[in-house]
Design a protein around this ligand. Structure first.
Ligand code: PFF
Length: 460
């Protein structure tokens, strides 16, 4: 497969290539940055449990649905819905995904930009020697509050993402993901081993892995479901586009399973690094943590320098970690930008470069308020603008998109037609009955109920 025509509707070179590329989209800041924040804000292990259940029952279901729609139609979500059900409003779900994607790209790129800043800081020796919580905390706050630095870093991310997408380099993504994802994974395993051997790590592990069922409430479930959608890149058509490049030979079910497994594993390991490190340096009990500790959007950036400074060869480790984090983030931003770009190229016959530059520019401008909102400048609202964007687009809109994709597949396209597509390449689908039940009933209605309750609870 030629690298050039990658996104000009070529196919992935092999099943492994697809799993790597889709995992490249899925594994990113969602697992390493967002997941630990959600755990910290939502009661620790109880959130982890709800997240695992959400991935298994809802995430896998929607992922397989998106891949199936994509491979069947060989199109992006808008094109797929027009092809499968012409003349119906279903294509609106695709448009919704495009808008959601541009908004998520805007603030996600801000955080990816922080990784650029931290990469630079590591190289210039900011984390040499022992790093304490206080030092790391104020370093993050100063950095995130520097308007010029964060906007430049945001710009760098958008430019790289736009460049890759405008060149249509699927081959490039395949190669990067294949080599670098396993390296990131090994690095994360090494860091987690170091984290669990720190004195005092036990309390962090207990907070992270021993569920306190009394902390369960609907909010926890809402954020866990949202996190499953976010981390698996679901609900906005990304996996539909990726599915459209899978050949008929491949097994969609096991591909979906592998993407869920690898993404979840990275998220779980990120938590294993962050919580023992935090509890080690703060000397807190889980109770004190819940009551006194302020979980900020910088959690990962505050914790990683500490653990890296505790590694032999920490300087090199730090450089390696932040560059790999950056690449993991870029493989995700690239997949986000691919959604609107492939729509404009496939459906509106735009030139790829023009489409990518236009959307990239919009995402950059939309990202500026988020970039500035972590230093006390808040736009429109009293709360952190980026947190609100993440709640609306990263949680609610993705979940809503996912629900509509389930309803489309189950009640418009029909499960039996999708099962025909799935059966090409996967002879035995052991979870067929469970998946059918989930896509028709459990996933859409559970998510709708959760969203409705949350909205009622917060508005009334
Ligand atoms: N799954 C990515 C991550 O966890 O970092 C974020 C993401 C990518 C969300 C693509 C949605 C998307 F369409």
């Amino acid at each position: 497969m030629q690298s050039q025509d990658i996104f000009d509707r070529g196919n992935w070179g092999s099943k492994l290539a697809f799993v790597f590329a889709a995992s490249g989209s899925a594994i990113g800041l969602g697992s390493i940055w967002r997941f630990p924040i959600m755990v910290g804000l939502n009661g620790g292990a109880i959130f982890v449990l709800c997240y695992l259940l959400s991935v298994f029952f809802i995430g896998f279901t929607v992922l397989l649905a998106e891949l199936t729609i994509g491979r069947h139609s060989q199109k992006n979500l808008v094109g797929a819905m027009i092809l499968i059900k012409p003349g119906t409003p279903w294509k609106g779900v695709g448009y919704m995904g495009i808008i959601t994607g541009v908004f998520i790209l805007s603030y996600y790129s801000v955080v990816a930009g922080w990784a650029v800043g931290y990469f630079y800081k590591t190289i210039t020796g900011a984390f040499r020697g022992e790093v304490t919580w206080q030092a790391s905390d104020s370093l993050f706050r100063d950095f995130a509050a520097d308007p010029l630095a964060v906007v430049i870093c945001l710009f760098v991310i958008i430019v790289i993402t736009t460049f890759v997408i405008s060149k249509g380099v699927k081959g490039g993504i395949e190669t990067w993901s294949k080599i670098l994802m396993p390296v990131l994974f090994i690095l994360i395993i090494i860091l987690s081993i170091r984290a669990v051997t720190l004195p005092g790590s036990g309390t962090g592990l207990a907070f992270y892995l021993k569920p306190d069922f009394s902390a369960f409430n609907l909010n926890v479930l809402f954020y866990a479901v949202g996190q499953a959608f976010f981390s698996l890149s679901l609900g906005m058509g990304t996996m539909t586009v990726y599915g459209s490049y899978i050949t008929k030979k491949e097994n969609l079910v096991s591909s979906a399973g592998w993407v869920c497994f690898s993404t979840t594993l990275v998220a779980l390991l990120a938590g294993i690094i962050i919580f023992p490190t935090l509890f080690h340096s703060l000397h807190l009990t889980p109770e004190q943590f819940k009551q006194e500790f302020e979980v900020s959007t910088g959690l990962m950036f505050q914790a990683f320098p500490i653990i890296i400074s505790k590694m032999p060869g920490g300087y090199i480790f730090g450089i390696l970690f932040f560059i790999l984090l950056l690449i993991a983030a870029l493989t995700s931003t690239i997949s986000m930008l691919e959604v609107p770009t492939s729509y404009l190229v496939d459906e509106k016959k735009w030139n790829r470069t023009k489409a990518a530059v236009l959307i990239g520019t919009i995402a950059f401008l939309l990202g500026i308020p988020s970039a500035l909102s972590n230093g006390g400048v808040n736009f429109l609202t009293k709360a952190n603008f980026m947190v609100i964007m993440d709640l609306v687009f990263g949680n609610i809109m993705l979940a809503l998109g996912g629900v509509l994709i389930c309803l489309f597949l189950a009640y418009s396209w029909k499960v039996k037609n999708s099962l025909k597509e799935i059966s090409i390449g996967s002879k035995r689908f052991k979870l067929k009955t469970l998946w059918t039940f989930n896509i028709k009933y459990l996933a859409p209605f559970a998510v709708i109920l959760i969203i409705v309750f949350i909205v009622i609870k917060n508005i009334l």
